[in-house]
Design a protein around this ligand. Structure first.
Ligand code: S3P
Length: 175
């Protein structure tokens, strides 16, 4: 909203494969605002790919970097912000998102079913948490996180059978 000079126009949350990165890029284009993605920020600050952070340093270290990336981006970014799928799990990150929403910010949960996400998450080596059995691992992540996504979100979009362009337009209209 207009009175928030230095906070995101909209924050996208949701599980891996829900289309956050692509939708964020298209939505930023529709709105004519800047784009930021916490996964990209983490890779830049660590100087390596997320998959390598998980292997070399472990998930707890990744989550600490992610907490820093989320709280910084929420404080300074003016535009569309896409978060990593697990970014809502940290209590401090959740608190920062809740405060942003209470101040009038939009937090959009990109919801998707296993049926529609499966072809997207199948063999992506960039997603360390899904290695081995992507479908089963995604399903259990989503089951555990759904309550958090729903609690934090101000809007929910069902993305099943929609293109990222359709989802971006839907958010644009809803905002
Ligand atoms: C993660 C999702 C990834 C990335 C990391 C952990 C998660 O982002 O942050 O691999 O815990 O769900 P995407 O949601 O963009 O795949």
């Amino acid at each position: 909203s207009g009175e928030q000079a230095q906070s995101p126009t909209v924050v996208l949350i949701g599980p891996p494969g829900s289309g956050k990165s692509t939708t964020a890029r298209l939505l930023a284009g529709l709105l004519g605002v800047a784009l930021r993605d916490t996964d990209t920020d983490i890779e830049a600050s660590a100087g390596k790919a997320i998959a390598d952070i998980f292997v070399d340093d472990g998930e707890p270290h990744f989550r600490a970097l992610e907490r820093e990336a989320v709280t910084t981006a929420l404080a300074v970014h003016d535009g569309v912000l896409a978060l990593g799928g697990g970014a809502v799990l940290d209590p401090l990150s959740e608190a920062a998102l809740t405060a942003y929403a209470q101040a009038g910010g939009a937090v959009v949960f990109l919801d998707v079913s296993l049926t529609h996400v499966a072809p997207r998450v199948g063999f992506n080596q960039a997603r360390p948490l899904l290695l081995g059995n992507p479908r089963a691992k995604w399903a259990s992540l989503m089951e555990a996180r759904r309550p958090v996504y729903e609690r934090v979100a101000t809007h929910r979009v069902d993305t099943d059978a929609k293109t990222a362009a359709q989802v971006a337009r839907e958010i644009h209209v809803a905002l």
